[in-house]
Design a protein around this ligand. Structure first.
Ligand code: 5GP
Length: 123
């Protein structure tokens, strides 16, 4: 399984603005922020996409959400609100194939999250 830039961030081989770390996960500022606060929360063990999450990853994936909620408290935007997103594959906008939560805050967000694109027939 090939590695990504996130493995280098986990190994501290390239710099990142790390805001949280524990034995299972790492959170750091996105290099190209899409909101006043844009953090990425990643598992230290690589899972490529949501499609690759297995039963025994439940705890790890759940942990990422617990970290997101803790960071929202710590950064002071839990009450105002925020968005947590995990993109999957090309249509989902995934560019790094190591699952990660985007934690976005500091602005009132719109919905839906796509613009000017014609929906495909799916399902
Ligand atoms: P995706 O497009 O896969 O959902 O999100 C990948 C995110 O990783 C993007 O928002 C992108 O800006 C961020 N990113 C890519 N390379 C780096 C990097 O080297 N450092 C940091 N901090 N963020 C990165």
């Amino acid at each position: 399984m090939s590695t990504t830039i996130f493995d280098k961030i986990i190994a501290k081989e390239i710099p990142a603005e790390i805001v949280y770390e524990d034995e299972l996960s790492l959170a750091f500022k996105d290099i190209n922020p899409q909101a006043p606060v844009h953090l990425l929360i990643i598992p230290k063990r690589r899972i490529a996409t949501i499609n690759d999450i297995e039963e025994n990853d439940r705890e790890l994936v759940g942990h990422l959400y617990i970290v997101a909620a803790r960071l929202a408290q710590q950064f002071g935007f839990a009450k105002d609100g925020y968005r947590v997103v995990m993109n999957c594959n090309e249509d989902g906008g995934q560019s790094v194939y190591h699952i990660h939560l985007h934690l976005l805050a500091g602005v009132t967000m719109g919905w839906p999250p796509f613009a000017n694109n014609r929906p495909k027939q799916v399902g």
